[in-house]
Design a protein around this ligand. Structure first.
Ligand code: GDP
Ligand code: MN
Length: 388
């Protein structure tokens, strides 16, 4: 689950971190009262969308006076913000965050995330915040300082000192910096974050440390206990939300092969198989072992109604999940929606004979595959329109 900047900053605030106090705005006429409520005459307006790179795309604007602020709100609300992260579809702006202007002296970068190779969280610092950090990581990795903070403990003093030296921070600012970094580290652990990125972490003209922006991703596996921090559905597609209601593990992808699989491992292997057949998967779907006929039917309906899907691949190894239940779900959904796309089916395992029999007697035009190699070939033929 991704949090909006406003939600992320509320989490930081709830842990005692000092964060600029702002107000959410969804209409031009709200600017004046928001400004007087915050005791400001001007400020910064930021598009409340999940993507980063808003600044470059025109989604972060400084202004003086309520009239100028209202004009920005009028211009931005309802527009689609396209950044280098959103792809061409962009993200619609429904709300803006009004905050006091910060007088920036320096923009730094600080992020906590998982180092999957070291199996532990990592903190990354960079003296050039506000930049494209991915580019830096690739082209000038020496500009990033990476350290593994001790889990359950503040950063070690030597780690803080290394960061201070690396970033060129000293004096009173150094103390503030250490408190902010340790505070962020605490939040990262306490709130099940998989990523907490402050870009930029600002040193203002009075040498204070300011958390100017915040990107916060909650570990999906912790959503059940962190759902209150944001909107668990905001960054999901409709199909993903629908699948979630049925206990199906479904992720939308960009390709054309609709996949229905049981078991996450086989689902991953199935995506590889599609790619090997020269195709791209339209989704990841693990129906799991305990889905009943209704859930399997729903799963297949979700795939059938995905406009991207040009060919379907049902790849089941029946263990706890029985092949006849899958077959019946496929038949139900196919009868209901009469799909025009070819469907390749590979069934193995528990009750395979019964499942096969159901499919054969259904009268539906299904392409039966024998094993994975055969399945890949039939998939590729079907996608070319060869087998039907
Ligand atoms: P992002 O582009 O989506 O990451 O949005 P940010 O919140 O990081 O803002 C982008 C850039 O706008 C920052 O790196 C700053 O340079 C600038 N900016 C944002 N807020 C302020 C502010 O209060 N004062 C000033 N001077 N610049 C700001
Ligand atoms: Mn930013």
């Amino acid at each position: 689950m991704k949090l909006l900047e406003s939600e992320a900053k509320a989490v930081l605030r709830s842990h005692g971190l000092k964060v600029p106090v702002g107000a959410l705005i969804s209409a031009p006429q709200e600017v004046e009262s928001a400004l007087s409520g915050l005791g400001l005459s001007g400020g910064v307006l930021k598009a409340m969308v999940f993507t980063g790179g808003r600044g470059k795309a025109g989604g972060v604007k400084l202004f003086d006076g309520a009239a100028a602020g209202a004009a920005i709100v009028k211009e931005l609300i309802g527009t689609t913000l396209v950044t280098h992260q959103t792809g061409p579809a962009g993200e619609v702006v429904n709300q803006l965050l009004l905050e006091p202007k910060t007088a920036i002296a320096r923009e730094l970068y600080c992020a906590f995330l998982l180092d999957r190779e070291a199996n532990t969280p990592v903190v990354i610092f960079c003296a050039e915040g506000g930049m494209e950090i991915e580019d830096l990581a690739e082209n000038q990795p020496e500009k990033l300082l990476r350290m593994h903070p001790p889990v359950g403990h503040d950063l070690w003093d030597f780690q803080i000192n290394r960061a201070l030296a690396f970033l060129g921070i000293s004096g009173e600012t150094a103390k503030e910096f250490a408190a902010v970094v340790n505070g962020l580290w605490k939040v990262y652990q306490a709130e099940d974050a998989s990523m907490l990125e402050i870009n930029p972490l600002v040193i203002d003209k009075e040498d204070h440390v300011v958390i100017l922006d915040c990107k916060f991703i909650v570990d999906d596996n912790a959503e059940f206990r962190r759902g209150h921090l944001g909107n668990t559905e905001a960054d999901k597609t409709e199909a993903e939300i629908e699948a979630g209601k049925w206990g199906l593990s479904y992720v939308s992808l960009d390709g054309t092969v609709g996949c229905m699989v049981n078991g996450a491992g086989l689902a991953m292997a199935t995506l590889d198989l599609a790619v090997q057949a020269g195709l791209q998967p339209a989704n990841f779907l693990d129906v799991g072992g305990s889905a009943n006929e209704a859930a399997v039917t729903k799963a297949f309906e979700i795939i059938l109604t995905d406009p991207k899907v040009e060919v379907i691949f049902v790849n089941i190894f029946g263990g706890i999940m029985k092949c006849d239940i899958i077959a019946q779900g496929v038949i139900n959904a196919t009868r209901k929606l009469s799909p025009k796309v070819p469907i390749v089916v590979r069934l193995q395992g528990t009750n395979v004979e019964l499942g096969q029999k159901l499919l054969n007697e259904s009268g539906l035009a299904l392409i039966s595959a024998d094993g994975l190699v055969d399945a890949a070939e039939k998939l590729s033929q079907a996608a070319k329109g060869g087998a039907r």
